[in-house]
Write a new protein. Structure first.
Length: 368
């Protein structure tokens, strides 16, 4: 295998990790509408051929190996074909990943069809994000020494891949994700619905979160955690010398941890036990700050911004009710469409050098 193929696989995996982060929260990816004669998935006049399936499958593979490779060490060897490794008595790991991919395809197609039916189109912001992903692939192709994006895509996703079908794949991906987001954002349960949801799940909330309806509202604050009290005290000293403002603490958090640490709502399970006691102390006043140490030796800089207006039980019930409503909406949509899979026609051709690249990645990890 050539060096270019190895580079393209690494770059493709990195870029697709970003794409999947956009879509994974809803489990939504994309599909296309060509290749009827060689269709492996069909629904009405929609079809997906092996070239298009490759975008789904190998991006799922890259995500799967990257996210779970260490966890599955000893169970799956990504330097060898998954078809040669048993997942169960009836399935290989390739069979398992194919079923996961086909589930994703079905979910996506249903959401895309519904978006089309409702006249929903991709926003300009979504189009800009899609264009940025395409540009990153073009840059990766150029860096890898490929004359065209088609060549890079074929080295990354197998024979038949090209810019037109890949662009279409991304277009449907972003449309499906954005439409699903719009459905979720439109869900606004009433107070009666939130209360009813809480009452139906009060036992679970008490067992899992220690939450009851009598708990106080959740305050707003800044919480910066450190491995040791000494680390926290060092940053805290700089904070005090600079005037002890919330803005300074945000900047110190960004400088020391790559994030501001600001929490709009300090829920008890988002901070350490001692920090939770500090934030929820009845004497707490806006502007209070301190270094709070935990029993395990860790510590945090805590800054109290303001008392809360919404109790934790209400936050949990409101969001869980929204997710349940969205799931019901999705199931209603998915029930409107029927899909057929022609397993005899499925061909999963690995990108050139896939297993060599996985072996090199493993060697790099061992040398670290």
């Amino acid at each position: 295998m050539g060096t270019n193929s190895t580079k393209s696989l690494r770059a493709a995996a990195a870029v697709f990790a970003a794409v999947l982060l956009v879509l994974a929260g809803l489990g939504i990816y994309a599909a296309s509408r060509s290749g009827m004669d060689d269709a492996v998935v069909v629904s009405g006049d929609f079809s997906l051929d092996n070239t298009q399936l490759a975008y789904f499958y190998w991006s799922e593979y890259f995500y799967f190996s990257g996210a779970y490779g260490d966890y599955l060490d000893g169970l799956v060897d990504f330097t060898k074909p998954l078809s040669q490794q048993s997942y169960s008595e009836e399935q290989s790991w390739e069979d398992y990943l194919l079923e996961e991919t086909l589930t994703t395809v079905r979910e996506t197609m249903a959401m895309v069809f519904e978006a089309e039916t409702q006249g929903y189109t991709l926003s300009q912001e979504g189009q800009d994000e899609l264009d940025a992903v395409l540009e990153s692939f073009r840059e990766a192709a150029e860096t890898g020494g490929y004359e065209t994006l088609d060549g890079y895509l074929q080295a990354s996703y197998g024979p038949g891949a090209n810019e037109a079908s890949f662009t279409e794949y991304l277009g449907w991906s972003y449309l499906a994700s954005e439409y699903a987001d719009s459905l979720f954002e439109a869900i606004d349960p009433t107070e009666d619905e939130i209360l009813a949801y809480y009452q139906n799940h009060a036992g679970e909330y008490l067992e899992n979160y220690g939450v009851t309806k009598d708990d106080p509202p959740v305050p707003a604050g800044v919480y910066l955690s450190f491995s040791t009290a000494a680390e926290a005290q060092t940053v805290y000293g700089t904070f005090l010398e600079g005037g002890a403002t919330r803005e300074l603490l945000d900047n110190l958090g960004a400088a020391n941890q790559g994030k501001t640490g600001e929490l709009s709502q300090v829920t008890p399970d988002a901070v350490g036990e001692a920090a939770a006691d500090w934030f929820y102390d009845d004497s707490r006043q806006p502007g209070d700050h301190a270094v709070v140490e935990e029993e395990d030796g860790s510590a945090a800089i805590c800054y109290y911004v303001a008392p809360g207006e919404e109790a934790y039980w209400h936050i949990l019930a409101r969001e869980d009710a929204r997710h349940e409503a969205y799931q019901n909406t999705y199931l209603t949509i998915s029930d409107r469409y029927t899909f057929y899979v022609n397993y005899d026609k499925v061909r999963l051709t690995p990108p050139e050098g896939l297993y060599e690249q996985a072996g090199q990645t493993g060697e790099e990890k061992e040398s670290e």
